[in-house]
Design a protein around this ligand. Sequence first.
Ligand code: GUN
Length: 300
Amino acid sequence: MSAQIIDGKAFAAKLRGRISEEVAKLKNDHGMTPGLAVVLVGEDPASKVYVSSKGKMTKEVGMNSYEYKMPAETTQEELLAKVEELNNDENVHGILVQLPVPKHIDDHAIINAISPEKDVDGFHVINSGRLATGATGAQAPLVPCTPLGSLMLLKDHLGDLSGLNAVVVGRSNIVGKPMSQLLLGESCTVTTAHSRTKDLPEVVGRADIVVAAVGRPEMVKGEWIKEGATVIDVGINRIERDGKNILVGDVDTASAMERAGAITPVPGGVGPMTIACLLVNTLTAATRKLGLPQPDLLGK
Ligand code: GUN
């Protein structure tokens, strides 16, 4: 058997198209242009690439993009002051401080200084608490982008997820923990596995859904995977192979293709969904500010 490829790149492009339509409606009907502010502290090359593509895609859907580049020596107080300024800026509906921040800055303090209503990363304790408690309606959380995008791909491929065994490999605050919460919210039976999990191959082998988010190149092997399972590979690891620099995921795709029913490729799977979901969250934050209902972006 060879697994079906879940095309995150195409899904994300369609999603961005729907977002553009909703942004145009907001401009026309309410005179509002959603705005996303991204703050980058320091010179991390990977972060610079992410921030520039976030800015580009924000503009492409018709939103305003505000980029703030601050030097590596920026103090915590200076960064907190920037966050406060953006919290109070009427034109800014979403705020993202690119992580990691330099070591002398406490990232928890920064994240939790962002207004929860503008926290388009969904990292604020209020948003993670709302996600954990299943809050809905006006209290619904802004959900971290990578897990949100992964869930969209899963639901698009599988439909109803209830009762399925899901194993999330990884327990980061950015992906693993919120992913587990989202799957629990979909009534999956969820196991959160990690580097200390005993007999990881056996645990993964029970899963109908595997989400790999450990940040270790090709760690999850095809032989571990249950026949027909759906595999979401969150990893983006740069490695050298045969003298070439290539991107690989946290799953050994070649062997997983032999067992899985469907799998996200790297690149072109979850990666493009992350930025698309950042735009989803910015649109959500903007519509909520106007008291409007959440637009249906996934309607066929
Ligand atoms: N660095 C790597 N991924 C992310 C993300 O999703 N949000 C932020 N703010 N920083 C990141």
